[in-house]
Design a protein around this ligand. Structure first.
Ligand SMILES: [Zn+2]
Length: 285
């Protein structure tokens, strides 16, 4: 289904910011490779192809960007491990395709502060880390901020302080706390299974609801309840949160937006009596 995606006062644009690869076993937790490899085939180093996909909301006043991808602050060794590839597409090129530059962004929402979601918050210029979006307010979950700044041994490799320190120093951060809606037609679901205080923006009007699933459901292959990542700090909470989301998503035909799926941008879901499954695939015009 091709949709000219307008919800409320916003035109919605998927913004591809990079291709990269993560370990397939880590991406699917307890699910055997014989099963996940059919849907997302691993390369010779057991990594699966993924993307970072932001979502841009545009109305006559604001350009709101949800997540900023891997960015480009990485050294060659790190780039090689994750095969981070900005040669085909990056934030700048994807924005310019629809007539925008980073300076046009008024607001950045980070679902959470893992490097593949917040890496593009900042960039390096003349050897210095500076904000990528010079005219933007950055909206960050207070709870995830606290986690990111005192991570556990399990998740410390996913957080890079260069993605946010300079924003704090320049007073560019607004914290998201509690069940608030900060823009018209945009509210949040809070989720703790993947990382404490992850924020899933919900864009809603009387006809359509779209949920930016971030790392609660990173790809459409992760729709089945037990298909959760080994990266999650509390996988059983992730499953509970997926269940809660799905009960409304099935009943009200919500659109789930997938940040890391290389092929499926968004889809509605169904319950076949046994499993949750993809229903309609949504293609943006
Ligand atoms: Zn994450």
């Amino acid at each position: 289904m091709v949709v000219n995606m307008k919800i409320g006062e916003y035109q919605l644009f998927p913004i591809l910011t990079s291709h990269f690869r993560l370990d397939g076993g880590a991406m699917f937790g307890i699910i055997p490779k014989t099963l996940w490899n059919k849907a997302m085939p691993a390369d010779d180093r057991n990594r699966i192809q993924m993307v970072t996909r932001s979502l841009l909301l545009v109305n006559d006043k604001r350009r709101i960007l949800i997540d900023t991808g891997n960015g480009d602050k990485w050294n060659d060794k790190f780039k090689k491990i994750y095969e981070i590839d900005n040669t085909m597409v990056d934030l700048q090129s994807s924005l310019s395709q629809i007539g925008f530059t980073p300076d046009d962004i008024t607001d950045v929402i980070n679902s959470h502060l893992h490097f593949d979601h917040a890496g593009g918050n900042t960039k390096i210029e003349d050897g210095k880390v500076i904000p990528t979006f010079t005219n933007a307010k950055y909206w960050i979950s207070r709870k995830n901020w606290e986690t990111a700044n005192s991570p556990t041994e399990k998740d410390q490799g996913s957080f890079m302080a260069d993605d946010w320190n300079i924003l704090k120093e320049n007073g560019l951060i607004n914290f998201i706390e509690g069940e608030k809606s900060i823009f018209p037609n945009v509210s949040y679901i809070f989720s703790d299974g993947h990382t404490p205080g992850m924020v899933l923006p919900v864009i809603k009007d009387e006809h359509n609801t779209l949920v930016y699933c971030a790392d609660l459901v990173p790809t459409s292959t992760h729709i089945p309840l037990p298909w959760v990542m080994a990266y999650d700090v509390q996988p059983t909470i992730t499953i509970k949160e997926k269940k809660e989301l799905y009960s409304t998503a099935v009943a009200d035909d919500w659109i789930l937006f997938f940040e890391h799926d290389p092929d499926v941008v968004a889809a509605t879901i169904n319950y076949d009596g046994k499993h949750f499954i993809k229903n309609k695939i949504i293609t943006f015009e």
